[in-house]
Design a protein around this ligand. Structure first.
Ligand code: HH2
Length: 382
């Protein structure tokens, strides 16, 4: 157990105290804290001596400091401490603080080079009859290709082609059907779009054919949990990979949206997904992670995730976030999926400000326009 938390309000402060097993929940802690294991005391002592206050609890301890303080104290301790376990924890803490400070690590694709220095747009292209917002509109291959080319011309940095709806309660489709829908579109877009193509699938057979047709990314909403053959296909094919967080399947995921500590559990489960990717042989710099808004998450979970997204940057991988047109935005605006552009732009802006590297969206042009402002604000100086 080691994790950085960003305490923004009273409820975050109380939850951090509870996670460390503090007898009294202090409502006033703010900023970054490191949640440490209860032992070794040597690490707590070392941090204290370097000027970082440490509050001990029964099940853990909270080290309070700015990211740069935590980073520099932990880095010195990682060299100085005698105890091997304490040294490893200090090194882990320094690494995590460094990841949050640095933000947006590059995502390496096999052939294309993604633009650096700005938040990227992954455009959604659903070749399905039943997707929640654009089902049936691009079900014919030529309409899908035309739409993909339009999205690329509008400024999409990647095109994510999907042949199976994963909305809550959707029916699964066979690999043959998914291939029939997506493969001609992938082939054509690889040839003509001028931007890398991603295949949104959890099936090894579909991923293999798409990679052979030139897809550079496999976007697996199951986070390598559904098809045991998918890891080998991605590793052997040299593709980049997005591992998304979800629990269960689209059929039962909303019954599994129960968390004691959303950010903590999500952090641990994304870390497990990353380990599955690495164990399959996918190089770390090929892997992006996605918290999976709407997948085994309630509307409140999605909002909390967007607010505290920055904590997930400690995992050291680019974060992809897909909020576009999702039902939690409809609950806020009262509007149907096709009329959720304004809410989608607001959510994309929050995600971009909170550390997302890529946004998966239906509306490429409008999102790029909003991100130009976000990126300009982020990089402004005097
Ligand atoms: N959301 C959807 C599908 N794939 N992949 C990632 N990485 N992240 C997401 O948030 C995500 C995803 C669902 O949206 P959509 O494709 O528009 O709908 P449907 O699944 O109904 O086709």
């Amino acid at each position: 157990m080691l994790r950085l938390l960003e305490l923004q309000d009273e409820s975050d402060s109380r939850a951090a105290c509870a996670a460390a097993g503090r007898p009294h929940a202090d409502p006033n802690l703010r900023g970054w804290v490191a949640l440490l294991p209860p032992r070794p005391a040597l690490l707590h002592e070392g941090l204290r001596q370097s000027g970082v206050p440490v509050l001990r609890g029964e099940t853990g301890a909270l080290a309070l400091g700015s990211l740069s303080q935590l980073w520099s104290s932990a880095r010195s301790l990682a060299d100085a401490l005698e105890d091997g376990g304490a040294r490893a924890l200090a090194a882990d803490l320094a690494r995590r603080a460094g990841h949050v400070e640095a933000q947006r690590p590059p995502w390496r694709l096999p052939r294309s080079r993604l633009p650096e220095g700005r938040v990227l747009v992954m455009a959604v292209l659903n070749v399905t009859p039943d997707s929640f917002s654009d089902g049936g509109r691009y079900a014919a291959a030529d309409a899908a290709v035309e739409h993909g080319l339009r999205l690329a011309a509008e400024g999409a940095d990647l095109l994510d082609v999907g042949g199976e709806s994963t909305r809550p309660g959707s029916e699964p489709v066979s690999a043959e059907e998914e291939l029939r829908r997506t493969l001609p579109v992938v082939r054509e877009l690889v040839r003509r779009a001028g931007v890398p193509v991603s295949i949104d699938t959890s099936k090894a057979e579909v991923a293999r054919a798409a990679i052979d047709a030139g897809a550079e990314v496999v976007n697996d909403v199951s986070g390598f949990q559904r098809d045991p053959g998918l890891g080998t296909v991605v590793a052997r094919g040299g593709a980049a990979l997005c591992l998304m967080h979800m629990r269960g399947t689209p059929q039962d995921m909303q019954q599994r949206a129960a968390y004691g500590d959303l950010l903590g559990e999500l952090h641990d489960e994304l870390l497990e997904a990353l380990r599955r990717g690495l164990e399959a042989g996918v190089p770390e710099d090929h892997i992006a992670l996605d918290p999976g808004l709407g997948f085994a998450k309630t509307a409140e979970h999605n909002l909390l995730l967007l607010r505290r997204l920055r904590e997930l940057t400690q995992l050291g991988r680019p974060l992809l976030v897909g909020a576009s047109r999702k039902s939690f935005l409809g609950r806020l605006s009262g509007k149907p999926a096709a009329e959720r552009l304004t809410g989608s732009i607001a959510a994309a802006t929050v995600a971009a400000l909170h550390g997302a590297s890529l946004l998966r969206v239906h509306d490429a042009a409008a999102t790029r326009e909003a991100l130009a402002v976000v990126d300009a604000v982020r990089s402004s100086f005097s």
